[in-house]
Write a new protein. Structure first.
Length: 136
């Protein structure tokens, strides 16, 4: 699966990219700004997006999620400590994983979400995932 990573903390982005690649995913990015994320999406449409909310230069990851929803219906997951902001914009994401998080858990969460979308799982929601809405 092609997964867009929008994260401005270099070490967090690297750890997430590494975990995704080890799990067999193709990583788009990581990118650290709204403009870079949208430009990358125009070049290559992601299947899924992991988006931090507070980005470099004051950017807001909600803009990226909104763009992906409007143009591609790409499922998004917020990765942020900004819980209130994420909840206020829940219509643009499937859910929230609060920072700090373990990158390996993100893989489990992606597997859970994609399994749910394809009706392949009846397992419990991972503890670190707050679901806003079910995948299509």
């Amino acid at each position: 699966m092609d997964i867009l990573v929008v994260e401005d903390e270099t070490l967090v982005a690297f750890a997430l990219e590494w975990a995704l690649r080890i799990a067999g995913h193709q990583v788009l990015g990581p990118v650290d700004s709204v403009g870079d994320a949208i430009d990358l999406c125009r070049e290559r449409r992601p299947d899924f997006a992991l988006i931090d909310l507070n980005l470099r230069d004051g950017g807001d990851g909600v803009e990226v999620a909104c763009y992906l929803n409007q143009h591609y219906q790409t499922p998004c997951l917020f990765l942020s400590a900004q819980v209130a902001h994420a909840r206020a914009n829940c219509r643009f994401a499937l859910g929230l994983v609060r920072k700090p998080y373990d990158s390996a858990r993100i893989i489990e969460i992606i597997d859970f979400i994609t399994g749910t979308a394809h009706r392949r799982t009846s397992g419990q929601v991972p503890a670190s995932l707050e679901i806003f809405r079910q995948p299509h």
